[in-house]
Design a protein. Structure first.
Lengths: 353, 189
């Protein structure tokens, strides 16, 4: 473009808009002084202006979210094999979960749809299938079951037990949990973990949003063994491994760092004691309403988890039994060897309360 | 570990002082945080259904710098890099979805050709990004206005602050830029 032309276009564009639309053509004629390129440019821009309206007025993030939401609900009403997809249950990062009906058995299921990036990666799928196979062998009243791994019409999904209830995180939003009730929850989670650990499966992502409270204060732990899938998801979503002080861990989703154990943050090998740590955090949260290792920034939280001792439960809840204080402290030991080695011992101590 | 927070603050200040390399160090840190937050926001994992981009950016700012109190200088710089970063994130996401063409009827229905061509607003982020690039070659400031307002969600006043011009100038820039972009996008269909 000729230098200066753009400035002129701009000037005439704005000046024209100040006038009545009826007077613009004349004005343009005169103001452009025979420069045809100038005149036609401004004219075409003015014409476009008339229909621009709400263009770009909705911020990009909202547009993206809307489009994403639209595309996800499109699966509702479709049938995948013997499963009829009913509705969208929720999303956890990149995984999408639907409520479905097993048409033959007339039972509800939860279908977790794997994003195509993972489904198309053979190595990941192999690893994932191995994990899912191991987890499908878990059979316990406090563990949400995995039924099968399927592929229908190009969609890869996991069929899970459908659990009706509210998550512990939603329950916690409503207010404090009485001691007897929370001890009951702690015991059930510990039972579930004990069962899994006995089969050499570590959950790796114990937190309130993965714990479903069902009728009669019973409970089921969700997403067992699926933490490995989260790893795969994070890897493909383009998280480049910038070396910042914080978060070089795969599988870290915003907001859940609070429940991670020191060894998880440091990328070390994990065993059942990592779940025990996370359970300790959950108990702490249920008892006090806050996290043992809070922080405004991620690095603050990480620092606390690695280096600070949590405040006593009694500071926030006067009804805390001393035994519970001791149990939580043991669960939250920085070094795994100082924690409970198995859930059996933890359960024994919990039943003393 | 306190290093993390003050590192970002320091980089922001350095960049404000004209150190370009500080921006280069800042961008990946900001990217990682915004990327994570954006996914959560987009998936509906945030409370409240008002998807305010500035809320997200503010959240990232606090999480990265630990500063509740607003240091205006640093914050406006953060806004600038955040808007740029959000653009990259959302457009990259749109491009990657566009590249996914799965076989199978159901999947084709689920993943449209251009995932981020929302029916609601009929907007194609990839095409917009291309058009914005062209605009920046004609008028850099106008493309920055669009980047800040559309990708960063900033108001006219906030944009004026970041760019160091009057709100009036921003409004005029915004008006013309929108028209120009739309015309450009209409050309390529």
């Amino acid at each position: 473009m000729k230098p200066g032309l753009w400035r002129r276009i701009e000037e005439l564009f704005h000046k024209s808009l100040e006038l009545d639309s009826s007077r613009r053509t004349d004005f343009l004629e005169k103001a452009s002084k025979g420069d045809e390129e100038l005149r036609s440019e401004v004219e075409s821009l003015l014409a476009e202006e008339e229909t621009t309206g709400e263009f770009l007025e909705t911020p990009a993030l909202q547009v993206a979210a809307q489009a994403l939401a639209e595309s996800r609900t499109e699966l509702a009403g479709k049938t995948l094999g013997e499963y009829k997809v009913l509705s969208l249950l929720g999303t956890g990062g990149t995984a999408i979960v639907y409520k479905a009906l097993h048409l033959e058995l007339e039972q509800h299921r939860a279908l977790k749809v794997l994003p195509p990036e993972i489904a198309s990666d053979r190595t990941r799928m192999r690893r994932f299938r191995r994990e899912a196979k191991a987890v499908s062998r878990l059979s316990h009243p406090n563990i949400a079951r995995i039924f099968e791994l399927r592929e229908e019409s190009g969609v890869h999904f996991i069929v899970l037990e459908y659990v009706d209830g509210e998550t512990l995180s939603d329950r916690l939003k409503k207010g404090p949990v009485p001691i007897s009730e929370l001890v009951g929850y702690a015991r059930r989670v510990a039972e579930a973990l004990d069962h899994a650990h006995s089969k050499r499966i570590v959950h790796r992502d114990i937190k309130p949003s993965n714990i479903m409270i069902t009728t009669g204060q019973s409970l089921k732990v969700l997403d067992f063994g699926l933490a490995k899938i989260k790893e795969a998801e994070e890897e493909t979503s383009g998280e480049q491994s910038f070396s910042t002080d914080t978060l070089t861990q795969p599988g870290v989703v915003m907001g859940t760092i609070g429940y991670m154990s020191p060894e998880q943050l440091l990328g070390k090998d994990l065993d059942q004691r990592t779940d025990i740590f996370s359970l300790g955090v959950v108990i702490y949260n249920m008892t006090t309403g806050i996290l043992p290792f809070p922080g405004k920034t991620l690095s603050d939280q990480m620092d606390r988890i690695l280096n600070s001792h949590p405040e006593a439960l009694a500071r926030f809840n006067r009804e805390v039994p001393v035994k519970l204080e001791m149990i939580v402290r043991k669960c939250l030991q920085k070094e795994p060897k100082k924690r409970y080695r198995t859930c059996r011992k933890l359960l024994a101590d919990l039943s003393d309360i | 570990m306190e290093e993390g927070s003050s590192q970002v603050t320091r980089l922001l200040q350095l960049w404000g002082g004209g150190d370009q390399s500080a921006l280069e160090q800042l961008t990946p840190i900001v990217f990682q945080e915004l990327h994570r937050l954006a996914h959560c926001y987009m998936s509906g994992e945030r409370e409240g259904h008002l998807l305010q981009t500035t809320a997200l950016i503010n959240e990232a700012y606090i999480r990265l710098t630990g500063l509740d109190s607003i240091d205006w200088q640093s914050r406006t710089h953060f806004y600038a890099v955040a808007a740029q970063t959000m653009r990259r994130i959302l457009v990259d996401f749109a491009r990657s979805q566009k590249a996914l063409k799965r076989g199978g009827e159901v999947q084709r229905v689920v993943i449209e050709e251009n995932l981020l061509a929302s029916q609601a607003t009929d907007l194609n982020l990839v095409a917009l990004d291309d058009a914005l690039l062209l605009l920046s070659e004609v008028d850099e400031r106008k493309s920055r206005v669009v980047e800040l307002r559309f990708f960063g969600g900033l108001s006219i006043a906030e944009t004026a602050q970041v760019l160091g011009v009057s709100p009036d100038t921003v409004m005029r820039d915004w008006r013309l830029a929108k028209v120009w972009l739309r015309r450009e996008m209409d050309k390529t269909g």
